[in-house]
Ligand binder design. Structure first.
Ligand code: DC
Length: 234
């Protein structure tokens, strides 16, 4: 379909491992289609910051209630991503290596996931009927369990993958500004270890029925965006 076409109530769900290009591609799709952009990983990161501030990162039993009461404001505009926690702008903080290192404590806690999944489902349901950023209605939601748990009824369900080498190089460039051997080594924990931990609770390394695999290893951002636009039911 054409980029500019307006589709009523469109949900695009994109899952995949770290460094596959989910955020860049999802944001671009949201921009072109006039949809909201929902980064569910940022919610896990915000929850990790909230739990760290409550000294509860090692208390899985306390996590669900604390996350349920988390005063998080989400901005779903793809060009004005902002996360405010209790009046504190944590947009930059949640991207730090420190938060990346401890966020799996939240994402591997099933009780914490239940609360976040329910919250995310409310956001997706609201965006299905809300006016989008231009004329569209709907949302591009990305994460690890969006196609399977959060929005299995999405019109477009994609597993965005890339080879481990491509994912490491991309994340090294993003975090360290270069992709030499040292930068790649410094990124390995964030990409490989975290995905291994997360894949114990969410299935995102292989595609279940109805989910289309898009391998971005040898695709540009534009080609990846086009491959997903082509999946929108006409
Ligand atoms: O995509 P990201 O790196 O910002 O995600 C942060 C963490 O949250 C990462 O460990 C994966 C996890 N996550 C998840 O388990 N389920 C989601 N829907 C989104 C992210």
């Amino acid at each position: 379909m054409e980029d500019s076409a307006v589709t009523a109530s469109l949900v695009i769900a994109i899952d995949g491992p770290s460094g596959a290009g989910k955020s860049t591609v999802s944001k671009e799709l949201a921009r072109r289609l006039g949809l909201a952009y929902f980064d569910t990983g940022a919610m896990y990161r915000a929850a990790a910051v909230w739990l760290e501030r409550h000294g509860a990162l090692d208390q899985p039993e306390a996590m669900p209630a604390l996350i349920d009461g988390m005063p998080l404001e989400l901005n779903l505009d793809p060009d004005a991503q902002r996360f405010v926690l209790g009046g504190d702008d944590i947009t930059a903080l949640i991207r730090t290596t420190e938060v990346s290192t401890y966020v799996s404590k939240v994402s591997t806690c099933l009780g914490a996931r239940d609360v976040l999944v329910a919250w995310q489902q409310r956001v997706v349901a609201r965006e299905r009927t809300a006016a989008g950023w231009s004329e569209g209605r709907g949302v591009v939601a990305e994460g690890r369990d969006i196609t399977t748990v959060v929005a299995p009824d999405a019109e477009v369900r994609v597993l965005l993958t890339a080879s481990e080498a491509a994912r490491l190089a991309r994340r090294a460039l993003e975090v360290h500004g270069k992709a030499d051997a040292a930068a790649i080594a410094a990124t390995t924990d964030q990409v490989v270890r975290r995905d291994r931990d997360d894949s114990t609770v969410a299935r995102f390394m292989d595609a279940p029925p109805g989910v289309t695999v898009v391998d971005s290893s040898n695709l540009t951002i534009e080609q990846t965006v086009r491959a997903i636009l082509d999946l929108i039911p006409g």
